[in-house]
Design a protein around this ligand. Structure first.
Ligand code: FMN
Length: 208
């Protein structure tokens, strides 16, 4: 059975972001796709300190929920990141969390589905959405789209539940994720090979 990790990046455990993630969970679970929800919590989240220890150890030197996800990473076929919009971007704790998660394990994300969902009262949704998708598109993940950018509007779960188009967008995203997971599985069974990537180049812009 396929499994999708849902990361609730809001400090609020059962707020608007959760309401949208829950809509997605209900949609995919109807099609036998399992979900696991991780709430990053409402305590300060440490940012990446650029120690690069993870390059050799494969885990983050700051031992928190980031490492719990890394330990189980191979069991997830997709990752959905949910964020409230703070000043036109994702909230700070979530970015700190994702910087460490993806710096440590970007090379283990290839081929997984990725999607972000943002919740805002009024504005800044697409900037936040674009910022979150950057994690997926630098990690050879398959970014899943919907009928609109994945955003819901509201200041409370009740308001989000009244955002009918927003929730429909989330359900469409869920349907697209299910279809892609089934397609990938069917491809694997019929012998479609995962890409054999070239040796990774890392250059900067200084010419020698
Ligand atoms: C610090 C802060 C900044 C916010 N900035 C924005 C913003 O730029 N645009 C917006 O529409 N809503 C903004 N909001 C409102 C939240 O994005 C909105 O209420 C969201 O749905 C909350 O989701 P949650 O319940 O999952 O935390 C802000 C809220 C906070 C606390």
């Amino acid at each position: 059975m396929s499994k999708i990790l849902l990361i609730n990046g809001s400090p609020k455990e059962k707020g608007c972001t959760f309401t949208a993630l829950n809509e997605l969970a209900m949609t995919v679970e109807k099609h036998n796709v399992e979900t696991e929800l991780v709430h990053i919590g409402n305590k300060p989240v440490a940012g990446c300190i650029a120690c690069k220890k993870c390059v050799t150890t494969g885990k983050c030197i700051i031992n928190d929920k980031v490492n719990e996800i890394i330990e189980k990473l191979d069991s997830y076929d997709g990752i959905v990141v949910g964020s409230p919009v703070y000043f036109g971007g994702p909230n700070g704790q979530l970015l700190s969390f994702l910087d460490r998660l993806f710096y440590t394990s970007s090379n283990r994300m290839a081929g997984k589905l990725g999607a972000s969902i943002v919740s805002c009262r009024r504005g800044g949704a697409t900037a936040a959405f674009d910022r979150l998708n950057k994690y997926f598109t630098i990690s050879s993940m398959v970014v899943v789209g919907s009928q609109y950018w994945n955003q819901v509007h509201g200041n409370s779960p009740e308001e989000v539940r009244r955002d009918e188009e927003g929730l429909q967008t989330i359900r469409t995203l869920g349907q697209n994720m299910v279809w892609l997971l089934q397609s990938i599985e069917a491809g694997r069974k019929s012998g479609v090979e995962f890409p054999r990537y070239e040796k990774r180049l890392r250059t900067d812009f200084i010419r020698q």
